[in-house]
Design a protein around this ligand. Structure first.
Ligand SMILES: NC(=O)c1ccc[n+]([C@@H]2O[C@H](COP(=O)([O-])OP(=O)(O)OC[C@H]3O[C@@H](n4cnc5c(N)ncnc54)[C@H](O)[C@@H]3O)[C@@H](O)[C@H]2O)c1
Length: 274
């Protein structure tokens, strides 16, 4: 059974792979013998992540500077990856605009629905949804042509429950100035679950599976008031640790999940069932 989790030699494309959680996904892939291929906007951050991974694991991790909202770039990078590695085994659609909102956030109220700009809406949907569509189109097509693969969409608990805006409340601040999780985040994350179901039924005979992970909030230096508020909404009474998505990632990419397709897996300490 252990062998079924093995990712030896598997080429795993990770969008937003230089970000906070993307690098954890890349570490998980490398630890199980796979080759993480990171796509991200920031070349310096990509280099740092690749260097860290190569230092820890004997893997040929690779990185490409890419804006996944641009079809020509995604198509070109897909060809470059195929030229370099010969195939693609998995895609993790991880990149999204993920505004860090907590009760200490001093941002103006631009996140509120009344003020949320069409421009920001379009940008957020472009990264989270259009980018995932484009990557699925090119990398998924390549997997289907080569005999199969696994697509993992990183949704969120906010893909299945609404944000509780009370988490972000600041005392003494008028309602119109209170921060909120933006509407685009809920729509992107719910949309990714739709994309998951669509893709799960699109190439099953070609061996391409697609599943979604819905992580709850991950600790990353949030303020104490926010931590105590969010913990009270979670049966396990804490946020996720950054390493706690790795098990689900390896499981869904590997043969250990060979009969899983179209699943929406909550990794949220139980928040969504309470
Ligand atoms: N951090 C959490 O608590 C949490 C919880 C649930 C779900 N998630 C989801 O996990 C994923 C990763 O979140 P994170 O906290 O690591 O965010 P992050 O902001 O640290 O990482 C996102 C990465 O995506 C990259 N990116 C943005 N636009 C891009 C584009 N056009 N092309 C290529 N790359 C682009 C960014 O440069 C960044 O490195 C997101 O989908 C997020 O919604 C995060």
């Amino acid at each position: 059974m252990k062998d079924r989790f093995d990712l030896s030699g598997k080429i795993v494309v990770i969008t937003g792979g230089a970000g906070f959680l993307g690098q954890k996904h890349a570490e998980a892939v490398a630890e199980f013998g796979g080759i993480p291929v990171i796509l991200d906007l920031n070349p310096i951050q990509i280099d740092t992540v690749i260097e860290n991974i190569r230092r820890q694991y004997p893997t040929q991790a690779a990185g490409f500077v890419a804006d996944i909202t641009q079809e020509a770039q995604v198509e070109k990078i897909c060809q470059e990856i195929l030229a370099q590695f010969g195939r693609i085994d998995a895609l993790i659609n991880n990149a999204a605009n993920n505004p860090k909102i907590d009760d200490t956030n001093q941002l103006q109220n631009v996140s509120r629905l009344e003020n949320f700009s069409l421009e920001q809406w379009n940008v957020d949907l472009a990264v989270g949804l259009t980018g995932s569509f484009l990557c699925s189109k090119y990398f998924g097509t390549s997997m289907a042509a080569a005999g199969g693969g696994s697509i993992v969409n990183i949704a969120s608990d906010l893909g299945v429950i609404a944000p509780n805006q009370n988490l972000y409340k600041r005392e003494g601040v008028p309602e119109q100035s209170q921060n909120v999780k933006p509407v685009s985040y809920s729509v992107v994350k719910t949309g990714l679950i739709g994309l998951t179901r669509y893709l799960a039924t699109y190439w099953p005979e070609k061996g391409v599976r697609c599943n979604a992970i819905c992580p709850g909030g991950v600790s990353n230096g949030q303020g104490e008031l926010f931590l105590s508020r969010i913990s009270s909404l979670i049966p396990m009474a804490r946020m996720a640790r950054p390493d706690e998505l790795k098990g689900a990632i390896v499981f869904l990419i590997s043969a250990a999940s060979s009969y899983m397709n179209g699943a929406v897996i909550m990794v949220d300490g139980g928040r969504s069932v309470w």
